[in-house]
Design a protein around this ligand. Structure first.
Ligand SMILES: N[C@@H](CCC(=O)N[C@@H](CS)C(=O)NCC(=O)O)C(=O)O
Length: 214
């Protein structure tokens, strides 16, 4: 099994943690989106959204975080055979979707100094155009990616977008806090894959708070 990911990617972190929790061996491939490696035709052909992470098991290729985590769970269930690992409950799945509803993109980008963000964004657009000429058969997908890059830049100039993202995060954290008054972990008193999905978000928040303090 192969995981294409990057250490700084929040979605990659969720999947890596799930793999560790369930003790699944995999081959790790780093794909750095800041240098535009996710736009290489070989990666793009596998995943035309160019997003990380991608999990591959033979002919099965997944790039939706929840789908990957649920697939990991199925593999763990089959390989455990002993019944030690049980299938996620309805509450676990509900929390997974609730956590995944918060899109960290704008919040993350807003923590990058503006001059670096603008420079990187321009660089990525150039990479997309260069790769498009190398692989004209993928032109439609590359065009979509280019459009997405321009749209993201525009949205980053809209303070309401960031405000909404912050509000959504606060709402999620409030719900988490309420739940943790009742139970030790999100879906009861056991650490589950729902908690696995929350941990990288908390770690990212801690990093931002620490950065602000120096
Ligand atoms: N497929 C993921 C989203 C993955 C995602 O947004 N990945 C980010 C990194 S955390 C990415 O690859 N960004 C680069 C890009 O959009 O080109 C999901 O199920 O929510």
């Amino acid at each position: 099994m192969q995981l294409y990911h990057h250490p700084y990617s929040l979605e990659s972190q969720k999947v890596r943690l799930a793999l560790e929790e369930r003790n699944i061996d995999y081959t790790s491939y780093h794909v750095n989106p800041v240098t535009g490696k996710n736009m290489d035709p070989s990666f793009f052909r596998m995943n035309p959204t160019a997003k990380l992470p991608v999990f591959q098991n033979g002919s099965h290729v997944f790039f939706d975080t929840i789908e990957i985590i649920q697939y990991i769970e199925r593999i763990a269930l089959v390989s455990s055979g002993s019944g030690i690992i049980t299938q996620s409950s309805k509450q676990v799945v509900e929390w997974m979707y609730k956590i995944q509803q918060w899109n960290p993109k704008f919040f993350t980008l807003s923590h990058i100094p503006e001059k670096y963000y603008i420079y990187t964004s321009k660089f990525i657009r150039r990479v997309i155009i260069a790769r498009m000429s190398e692989a004209p058969d993928l032109a439609t997908s590359y065009h979509t990616k280019l459009k997405e890059a321009y749209e993201t830049e525009e949205k980053m100039r809209d303070p309401q977008i960031l405000q909404r993202s912050e509000q959504d995060l606060v709402k999620l954290l409030d719900e988490v806090e309420m739940q943790l008054k009742e139970t030790l972990y999100l879906a009861g008193n056991e650490f589950t894959l729902a908690d696995v999905m929350l941990v990288p978000i908390l770690a990212r928040l801690a990093l931002w708070v620490w950065r602000r303090s120096i």
